[in-house]
Write a protein that binds this ligand. Structure first.
Ligand SMILES: Cc1ncc(COP(=O)(O)O)c(C=O)c1O
Ligand SMILES: [Zn+2]
Length: 417
């Protein structure tokens, strides 16, 4: 059942509002991406129930979700991931640093938040098939959740996607198309085929419901901080949908009276996939409306496959998230991402894939550039597990010490005698 709190859609580009019947994917007037709008005063009146909820994972925030109950949600635990404080890295940098460990989702990435909500909306609509284009994680997540409810799932990934992600897709039983091209080409192919066969397309940006799942990360961060918000949230950005969800989540908490402010949101991109950063730089300090912003396109080549995107599919929302929270963007090298994997792993026990270490790599750059005040409370999202891309993990890891089976040799290396 559709939530009574859900009012309709608002276009992120032209600002026009539509009822749920008038729009499905994008704005009927300008093709901008749509944002679901709720009755926040009404949600605010349910604040006590949310705060005392015994529900685990993303469904504890049910009044903020598009469905009224959890009858058709997948049975896997999505969200409810730990907010881990790193004392060592906090004192190293003179800040209060938390990592939001979203490697701990069923398919080992943040994308399960989006998939769970989109898939439930499709089931509420009585559909039995769902599709998605993906750099790897959105697809493996959707395939995982679809497997948990026995739904047919069609996934389009670039054939160069990391093997572990392709293995996940196949094992979860999806029909997998390994596209001989980039993610952007896989995206267009998925859109055409899905329209042709009338399949619910969960692809990022195009589908307004993914944002509704992704925003739950902000609810969890605020709740774990005692319904307060951090000073900054650092987010890895490819298509820009995660960052748009983070922004929406904090806005909604504020509108519904759960929190008193909205944190500054920082977009982090690889220099080898920096369309959002370049667009933010172009419009920096300029007073332009969303309609006037034109996204810059790039030829993405970053090692962080999950954020390797030529045309960010939710780019305008990403740009707005940064501009309208007084945040900023940072771009970093792929080498810095590999270093960040090692630093996070060895200092916290978390194990991120390249995109999952990108937010922290961006934080280091921002600290170097003195863009962040000392003592600030900062959350870095860790969005995907290192086990999904072992080839990159090995590049970051270096080599083990090779020894014979001789004890003396090993002790010599260990103790120097
Ligand atoms: C692990 C990981 N981090 C970050 C991102 C970036 O999210 P978005 O494309 O919404 O910007 C993705 C997207 O696939 C991802 O899988
Ligand atoms: Zn519009």
């Amino acid at each position: 059942m559709i939530s009574e709190n859900l009012k309709g859609f608002k276009c992120l580009r032209c600002g026009k509002e539509f009822s749920l019947k008038q729009a499905r994917y994008q704005c009927p007037d300008c093709s901008g991406n749509l944002e679901a709008v709720y009755d926040y005063a009404r949600i605010g009146r349910k604040a006590d129930a949310v705060k005392k909820s015994l529900e685990k994972g993303i469904y504890r925030y049910l009044p903020f979700l598009p469905f009224a109950d959890t009858k058709l949600t997948p049975p896997l635990l999505v969200g409810g991931t730990p907010l881990v404080k790193s004392d060592r890295l906090s004192s190293k940098w003179g800040i209060e640093l938390f990592f939001k460990d979203d490697t701990r989702n069923p398919s080992a990435s943040f994308k399960d938040r989006a998939g769970a909500v989109a898939l439930t909306v499709a089931r509420e609509d009585g559909l039995d098939r769902i599709s998605c284009a993906s750099t790897g994680n959105a697809g493996s997540s959707l395939a995982c959740l679809a497997a948990s409810v026995g739904m047919d799932c069609i996934i389009f990934v670039p054939e160069k996607a990391p093997q572990a992600k392709i293995a996940q897709l196949l094992l979860f039983g999806a029909k997998v198309f390994a596209v001989q091209g980039t993610y952007d080409e896989a995206f267009d192919l998925c859109a055409c085929v899905s329209t042709e066969i009338g399949c619910f397309n969960r692809s990022t940006g195009l589908n307004p419901w993914t944002r509704e799942g992704k925003k739950t990360v902000s609810f969890e961060i605020a709740e774990d901080l005692g319904w307060e918000v951090p000073d900054y949230v650092f987010v890895p950005v490819g298509d820009g949908n995660i960052i748009s969800g983070v922004w929406k989540g904090f806005r909604e908490l504020f509108y519904a009276g759960f929190t008193q402010s909205i944190p500054k949101i920082v977009a982090v991109q690889s220099k080898n996939s920096d369309a959002v950063h370049k667009t933010l730089e172009k419009y920096k300090g300029k007073d332009v409306s969303p309609e006037e912003i034109e996204m810059i396109q790039v030829n993405a080549t970053t090692i962080a496959d999950s954020i390797s995107v030529d045309v960010p599919r939710d780019g305008l929302a990403a740009v707005r998230a940064v501009r309208e929270t007084d945040g900023f963007s940072v771009e970093i090298s792929d080498e810095a991402i590999l270093e960040a994997i090692k630093e996070i792993s060895s200092n916290t026990g978390l194990f991120p894939e390249p995109a999952g270490a990108t937010a922290y790599a961006g934080l280091k750059k921002a600290l170097e550039d003195r863009k962040v005040k000392s003592g600030s409370r900062i959350v870095c999202l860790v969005t995907g597990s290192g086990l999904k891309d072992v080839a990159s993990a090995l590049k970051a890891a270096g080599k083990p010490i090779s020894v014979s089976t001789d004890k003396a040799e090993t002790l010599k290396i260990l103790c120097g005698k």
